[in-house]
Design a binder for this molecule. Structure first.
Ligand SMILES: Cc1cc2nc3c(=O)[nH]c(=O)nc-3n(C[C@H](O)[C@H](O)[C@H](O)COP(=O)(O)OP(=O)(O)OC[C@H]3O[C@@H](n4cnc5c(N)ncnc54)[C@H](O)[C@@H]3O)c2cc1C
Length: 381
């Protein structure tokens, strides 16, 4: 694996970094405090062409690779996780299933608006009774007179209820095969009668991102909105989660990098006992550990992205990257806040937002325990 990113990726990285520093950083605290979805930022990111990084150009995307996409997510999360998860959930969870499993007609219908960022997409897998056990789907879809009649509910769905959400792809039980539930994916257009959205959920972190509960009451979805083959939904969502773990790993690397940089800068300027606290070895060791482990997490994340781009198996590496960088981000925000002392506990200091935004990185797209199960399975256990 070549760790030289090359000119095109470096340019993309620089462009997103500059945008994040100049446009996102000044408003991130306010958006978080007001729990306000960042429509203007999404529009600007669409203008930059980063709402569909790994989607081919013929469908309106940037046609770049997974590594480029991971760089974009990392750079956004270095400044603000709410905007980073909005882009990540839209790209790797909402849009990707349509690219990977959609018919040519479905791709032509949905992808141009999604890949360009004019509209957003969501992925509804989790249910009240189906979290880590994501295959325990209870939502049912029954084929009647040319429509799938959907009944059930989904929990914690990112991007599902914004003004520009075009659709949510959901897993549903469409029948039975060999005594087991047959799971299929359906594209449910926003505004379909019978699709009910809760108000945005109140969360510990990611406060400027959109997270909702969905209820389906005799919600009629056109038969042709079935994604891929009937009964292929279980395999499809496992694959989507593998890819999604690379973006959550990138989120964790970016958040850690941002928190580390804040701690480093604070330690250089904050004086106690007549000298900058960066002069104390206890502080230096914390920063040295952070810098080292962030490099390790980034290397794992890039490797998983590179394997995916090479068309090689990457599920094990994606789970390792997600597990390691998620747990690392917990240590980093903890130490970075500690270095800020009491000032870090105040909401106007960015590190307090990073601290709250961190925990979900060990939960979403599979908890730490589930990553260990995935890795153990890959080890043949
Ligand atoms: C902010 C946010 C956004 C989200 N966005 C989306 C989204 O867009 N789409 C979507 O589909 N989902 C989304 N999710 C859902 C997320 O993926 C789930 O919350 C996650 O998979 C965990 O499921 P759960 O919350 O039901 O926890 P549970 O599965 O109930 O887990 C509870 C605890 O039990 C542990 N546990 C469970 N099973 C085992 C086991 N076999 N061995 C050991 N320990 C176990 C877990 O690790 C955890 O510690 C989001 C969640 C959050 C918080």
């Amino acid at each position: 694996m070549n760790l030289d990113l090359g000119e095109e990726r470096e340019l993309l990285r620089r462009t997103v970094r500059e945008f994040a520093e100049q446009q996102i950083a000044p408003v991130a605290e306010e958006l978080d405090r007001e729990h306000r979805f960042p429509y203007e930022l999404v529009e600007s990111l669409a203008g930059l062409g980063v709402m569909g990084v790994p989607i081919p150009e013929e469908y309106g995307g940037a046609g770049l690779d997974t590594l480029s996409y991971a760089l974009v997510v990392e750079e956004l999360a270095r400044i603000d996780s709410s905007i980073a998860i909005t882009v990540a959930a839209h790209t790797s969870l909402g849009t990707m299933p349509i690219l990977l499993y959609g018919s040519e007609e479905q791709r032509r219908t949905w992808l141009p608006d999604l890949a360009s960022g004019r509209r957003l997409a969501a992925f509804g897998l989790t249910e009240p009774g189906a979290g880590s056990d994501a295959g325990a789907t209870r939502t049912r879809a029954e084929l009647r007179d040319g429509s799938w009649i959907v009944n059930g509910s989904k929990q914690f769905i990112t991007n599902a209820g914004t003004d520009i959400t075009a659709c949510v792809t959901i897993t549903s039980v469409t029948g039975e095969r060999d005594g087991k539930p047959e799971i299929s994916n359906l594209i449910v257009p926003s505004g379909t009668p019978g699709l009910e959205l809760s108000a945005p959920l109140s969360k510990l972190g990611w406060c400027a991102s959109d997270t909702r509960e969905l209820a389906f009451r005799d919600c009629a979805v056109p038969e042709h909105n079935l994604l891929g083959e009937r009964g292929a939904g279980f395999r499809q969502f496992l694959d989507i989660l593998d890819g999604g773990r690379i973006s959550v790993a990138a989120l964790a690397v970016g958040l850690s990098q941002g928190a580390y940089e804040q701690a480093l800068s604070y330690a250089r300027t904050r004086e106690q006992f007549g000298r900058p606290i960066a002069g104390f070895q206890a502080i230096q060791f914390k920063l040295a550990d952070m810098a080292t482990e962030i490099e390790a997490a980034r290397a794992l994340t890039w490797r998983a992205a590179w394997l995916k781009d090479e068309g090689r198996p990457f599920a094990r590496e994606a789970a390792m990257a997600k597990l390691f960088s998620g747990e690392l981000s917990n240590r980093v925000v903890n130490d970075a806040l500690e270095i800020h002392g009491g000032y870090g506990y105040m909401n106007e200091t960015p590190i307090s937002r990073f601290y709250r935004d961190q925990k979900v990185l060990e939960i979403g797209e599979g908890t730490n325990e589930i990553q260990r199960l995935v890795i153990a399975r890959q080890l043949g256990l």
